[in-house]
Design a protein around this ligand. Structure first.
Ligand SMILES: [Zn+2]
Length: 227
């Protein structure tokens, strides 16, 4: 048995935190700062403000007191929409949920050679195939980016690069997503591979900041817990 005590609050504040002396310096970074308090550190994760769009954004949480939490693992089995022959499996592992990185490993076959956008979408409802899954999973309502961007959707995994044989290998470590629910939880949502390369928000047009111009989905699957 384990007892999980996690407090996770997302706070939108214009400018800096009021009387937030301990938090000075985190406003323009994308890092996690531990603030001493009673017992465990209070962690403050920040996202930089976006000019003329929104203020800085802070997520405050406390790690569980009891770390006897089992490793969590989930898998997405990707299937193509209309006999396009694209399929694959991608496994997600988090050693200390709900915090710590998620290790991602998998491969996708049947792709056209080159880069294809890989994203987690909001919903995991496949009743209408890969088409009605909402946008990229974006609990903080910020714009699209790449997996290493300071501003990105939680669902932004960048690209899978398919070789000449149509096989794309995925090996990544993600610092943001979680496998144990909460605001950054990805289980129950859908993993989607797209027809085009994700420009990682760098193309300079409006759609680049929405979905990286990755085009329509070629295969998708629900991210589900492994027993
Ligand atoms: Zn995105």
């Amino acid at each position: 048995m384990c007892l999980i005590q996690v407090l996770s609050i997302t706070i939108y504040i214009g400018g800096s935190l009021v009387n937030g002396a301990a938090l000075n310096g985190v406003a323009n970074s994308n890092e996690i700062i531990g603030v001493p308090g009673k017992g465990k550190l209070l962690n403050v994760k920040s996202y930089p403000p976006i000019e003329n769009y929104q203020s800085g954004l802070y997520e405050v949480y406390q790690e569980p007191y009891y770390l006897g939490i089992n490793q969590q693992a989930a898998v997405a089995v990707l299937v193509s929409e209309e006999d396009e022959g694209v399929k694959g499996e991608v496994v997600f592992v988090q050693k200390h949920p709900p915090v710590g990185p998620v290790f991602i490993r998998g491969n996708i076959t049947g792709l056209t050679p080159g880069k294809h956008g890989l994203h987690i979408h909001q919903a995991g409802d496949l009743r209408e195939g890969c088409e009605k899954l909402g946008g990229h999973f974006n609990p903080y309502l910020i714009h699209h980016g790449g997996p290493r961007s300071s501003v990105r959707h939680i669902g932004d995994l960048g690209n899978v690069d398919a070789k000449e044989d149509g096989v794309g290998e995925i090996v990544a470590i993600d610092p943001l997503m979680s496998l144990s629910g909460g605001p950054r939880g990805i289980v129950g949502r859908a993993l989607v591979v797209s027809e085009n390369e994700d420009d990682l928000g760098q193309a300079g047009n409006a759609n680049s900041l929405v979905d990286g111009n990755a085009g329509k989905p070629v295969a998708c699957g629900i991210i589900a817990y492994i027993r």
